[in-house]
Design a binder for this molecule. Structure first.
Ligand code: PSZ
Length: 464
């Protein structure tokens, strides 16, 4: 990979990026483009754009790059007969799985299965993983209510009209600022920005408050504890009230509410969320689409909650850095009949093999531990920079280790100016929420990258 960033256009995106985006805009919406990339030239932690600018990428597309660009081990995989066959003969996995399918899953994804979740449904993206978990939870909830009995004729007839009891009055509870995807069910659970939801019909599902954590944590312990207790009480009240009318079949939560602005809470708060869901018969879904695969200093962020035997989630959903999307779950939430949670492809063996290789590289190089250590250095570096820029930046937050960190600016405009200037200074960093900047480097981000990032932040804070 390159030694350092190099930007030679006045701004990023440069003229070639802009021209290519214009061409693309004749075919599909290019208004969301950050830049146009040259993936042949991109390498490791460095993203090269169409203007040949070399950017240190500390956002990893949308937190969806685990190891970096053109990783040698993945290039070797791509040359293998196994991969080529899987890539060019895409199976309808639910009906015609490849002979080595179980082996590929056992060698890869199942080696990182969360404790107690031995079953896996592979899907196409994070939204579809959450949709699959919602449906599995509702089916298991109704099967439990029926005591395992067969569907009634009334249920079979009414569901064809989208009416109860066949289409049951069940709901999915999510949290203020949560993000779970953009399909109808996952979008109904998403609570981060109006622009994601407006004009789309939604399920009338409940939203619970999420603690408004104050920083620095050490100076706000009592206030944060009281805030979490208040939020837990309101959350339980929603579950209780809904039991009488439209029961909560599933609760979905991210270990860090990422799109909503990197919102954190204590491990005990999350453990209580899980226990209260269990107490009221709701299935518990941990959405690790963005927090999963090592960036928080643990392979799965929810490992930090200290859940005991029997307290494990009912579902853990994943995608992004894993490349293959899916849900880990228990046998009890496998639908009681085939073809209920089903679609043409049911995942993608090419991405499953990629995930197997990524997991191997992470394990062979201790990259989760590496990220935990690097995260501590990153936090200390940022604290030092921000202490010398009081008033410009606030609420620096992470989780003690891991590079999954964020900080706030006083206004959205300031945040946007920072992100744009960082790009011009050779660093690709992202925003979230209305005024947060978030870091999502790869698991191979190390000391040399940290030094370059620190220098760029210092320089940019003086320029905005
Ligand atoms: C916690 C969590 N859960 C589910 C999703 C949806 O995954 P995809 O459907 O985008 O693969 C995401 C996707 N993240 C995401 C970042 S920006 C974005 C968007 O649609 O604007 C989506 C996520 O962060």
């Amino acid at each position: 990979e390159p030694v350092k960033p190099q930007v030679h256009t006045d701004a990023v995106p440069g003229p070639k990026s802009l021209a290519i985006s214009k061409d693309i805009d004749q075919i599909q919406d290019a208004r969301t483009h950050v830049l146009v990339a040259d993936y042949e030239k991109s390498s490791g932690n460095y993203l090269v754009d169409a203007d040949n600018n070399v950017l240190l990428d500390v956002f990893g597309q949308i937190s969806s790059i685990a190891l970096g660009y053109n990783v040698p081990q993945l290039i070797e995989l791509a040359k293998s007969k196994e991969f080529i066959t899987a890539a060019l003969n895409r199976p309808a996995l639910g009906s015609f799985p490849p002979k080595d399918w179980a082996k590929w899953l056992e060698e890869g994804l199942l080696t990182v299965r969360p404790k107690g979740l031995d079953h896996l449904v592979t899907t196409l993206c994070g939204s579809s993983a959450n949709e699959t978990a919602f449906k599995a939870a509702c089916m298991a909830y109704r099967n439990r209510e029926r005591g395992g009995a067969a569907f009634t004729q009334e249920e079979l007839d009414s569901c064809m009209l989208n009416h109860a009891p066949g289409s049951p009055e069940l709901v999915v509870l999510s949290f203020k600022s949560g993000f779970h995807g953009r399909l109808f069910g996952s979008l109904s659970a998403t609570r981060s920005k109006a622009i994601h939801k407006i004009d789309v019909p939604a399920f009338d599902w409940p939203v619970a408050p999420f603690p408004n954590t104050q920083y620095p944590l050490a100076e706000n312990e009592a206030a944060n504890k009281a805030e979490e207790a208040k939020c837990l009480a309101e959350y339980e009240e929603i579950l209780i009230q809904h039991k009488k009318t439209r029961p909560v079949a599933a609760v979905i939560i991210e270990p860090i509410l990422s799109e909503g602005g990197d919102c954190h809470a204590s491990p005990e708060y999350f453990r209580q969320l899980r226990l209260i869901a269990k107490k009221h018969g709701a299935f518990f879904i941990v959405d690790e689409v963005q927090t999963g695969v090592g960036a928080t200093g643990k392979f799965w962020a929810h490992e930090k909650w200290g859940l005991k035997e029997g307290e494990e989630p009912d579902f853990v959903t994943f995608s992004k850095k894993m490349q293959q999307a899916g849900i880990f779950h228990k046998l009890e939430t496998r639908p009681n009949a085939p073809y209920r949670n089903y679609n043409t492809w049911m995942g993608d063996p090419m991405r499953t093999l990629q995930a197997r290789e990524i997991i191997k590289v992470i394990r062979d190089n201790n990259l989760v531990e590496h990220t935990a250590v690097t995260g501590k250095k990153l936090a200390a570096t940022l604290e030092d920079i921000f202490s010398r820029n009081q008033g410009v930046v606030s609420n620096h937050r992470g989780q003690d280790d891991g590079t999954f960190q964020a900080f706030d600016f006083e206004t959205p405009a300031k945040r946007d100016a920072f992100v744009a200037k960082m790009r011009a200074n050779g660093i690709q960093v992202g925003g979230c929420g209305d005024r947060s900047t978030r870091l999502r480097p790869t698991l191979t981000f190390g000391d040399a990258h940290l030094a370059i990032l620190a220098e760029a932040i210092e320089k940019t804070l003086k320029q905005i």
